[in-house]
Design a protein around this ligand. Sequence first.
Ligand SMILES: [Zn+2]
Length: 433
Amino acid sequence: MLAPEIEARPRAGQLAVDDAAYRNQLAYVFERSTFYRAKLAAAGFTSAEAAGGLSSIAELPLTEKSELRASCTAENPIGAQLCATPAEIVRIYSTSGTTGTPSYIPLTAGDLENWVTASARSYAASGITAGQRIVSTYNAGPFVAGAALAAFDRIGLCHIPVGTGNTERLMQAIASLRPEAAVLTPSYAAYLVEWAAERAFDLAGSSVERVLVAGEPGGGEPAFRAKLEEGWGAKVTEAMGIGDIGVSLWGECEEQDGMHLGARGFVHAELIDPETGDAVELADGVTGELVLTHLQQRAAPLLRFRTRDHVQVRLSECSCGRTSPRVRCLGRSDDMLIVRGVNIFPSAVRDVVSAFAPRVSGHILVRPQAKGVKQEPPLPVSVELGRGVTADAELAEAIRERVRNVLVVQTRVELVPWGSLHRSEYKSKLVEY
Ligand SMILES: [Zn+2]
């Protein structure tokens, strides 16, 4: 642990620390944020004292990304949540929006320091230690991933950046420089297993002992993960963040039972029912949408921000000694479909299908018949066959049956030949309308 006094602090003690930080954060926001002064006043809270502490946080309104966007003007392209003066801001990251206009994420020097600290704790949870080598495949560019890469320096690793989309360069670096760890998206990690198999490259026998996956959901799905671990001959752990709040806020430890909150003390985590917005009490095994609140942010702090990440919570004791809650990401609500009242994430379908390897390649594509979230059964799913495997009705039926049993959804499985679904060197598209 990089900070055992924080990471292993008993939960009640941490709650008291966080409650004090939250009250300070509220006071700061009331003083400096035109966005929250108006939003909280509209909800009946005219002072930090009136808003209370963490025990009453669920009474405050949720913050949607669209509200922040709507407050942007030519004079203030960051948005009305901006609290800091220009002189205080040392970094402005962007998030790539679906509308094509980027959102800007400003950070003070203190914010940036906290982001890197949290990210370093999250990545160090995987077991990588100072003196080891890590090869990274992110083109951070304008994005918050840049702060995650800074975490590798903080841990004391030798960082070998090779960037995205250059597999030859990556494999050359692995063969020549013998890094102990690699960090990449789960899709790219899966792509490389196939790439290596086609070229008789001994990936499982390479120096890489740890594969750290981040950037998209799915890296925690058991069958998919097992495939990655076998192909790489390495332990796979996940990390997760959200651009507006912080990078790699969560990181999985060697127990591989969900990601610990590495941003402990910087961020408060809640769960809500995504349909109603009602708070869901944190308990072992519960699922819901993750809602995050800054506790020490200065440039543009956010309260009760809806992340659109659906997670399952784990509160059981972890033998690594970290006491923060853990989450397993089930998927993004942007990808979620509802088939006759049942929520379904494409990465979960991929996981069920992956268990049929090597008869299937593990690549799938969900092809909804109607636009929008709500779908009528059966949900069409294309499943790619393994190399040299020919389609047979019995296999399609077995997959359909397994998906029905595990995910409680009726599908129509179409088997497609090896190589016919798109491979990604970055993030996978699992749904196509
Ligand atoms: Zn742990």
